[in-house]
Design a protein around this ligand. Sequence first.
Ligand code: IYR
Length: 224
Amino acid sequence: MADDESGFIPLVFAELTEDEMHSRADEFYELMDKRRTTRHFSSRKVSSELIETAVKTAGTAPSGAHLQPWTFVAIANPDLKMRIRQAAEEEEEKFYTERMPDAWEEVLAPLGTDHVKEHITDAPWVVVLFRHSQRQRSNGEWSPTYYSQESCGIAAGLFIAAIHNMGLVTLTHTPSPMRFLGEILKRGEHETAMLLLPVGYPRDDAMVPQLQRKALEEILVIKE
Ligand code: IYR
């Protein structure tokens, strides 16, 4: 059977020399190690082409049964951003004053977050990642997707790496609960908001918490 009829094509794989592998591995690590999450965004404009490329990059993620169970909604409209901010702050105020358990407060306090979410209106773009928990079959029936949390987590990681690589910053914001995002953005019942990612330039006076990343020995176990 010819390749195109079997549904398979040869893998395109360009082997690198050992030296190239090491230098590319090190360069990529150095680049990613400089990524920081900030909550302080400038309102400076960012072209929609950059957002499109970041979403295309995220869309290269592997996914369960290749169902690609994600929709990215990219918002630049100031009125929509304001409505989202107001709804997020309303939920977050309840979280910070009533719902946050002690154990959670203990680890969150050092990050200096509160219910005020100015990044939603300051950043030129707010990208909301919706996870598809259901898909429609060709016969119209609704059925589950598979490993959609894992798939969307990987896509989000690629999006964050793409934004950092293009010289912009983003923040993984998880307003809780997030149902209001599906309502404001008019997404179907089969889509669940998973992450809200403001994207833009950092403000000139942007701050980040002084954090330490775990050492390799703490996160890697090798069995030879
Ligand atoms: N969703 C809240 C609280 C929050 C929770 C975690 I875990 C964080 O790492 C940061 C914040 C908020 O966005 O403020």
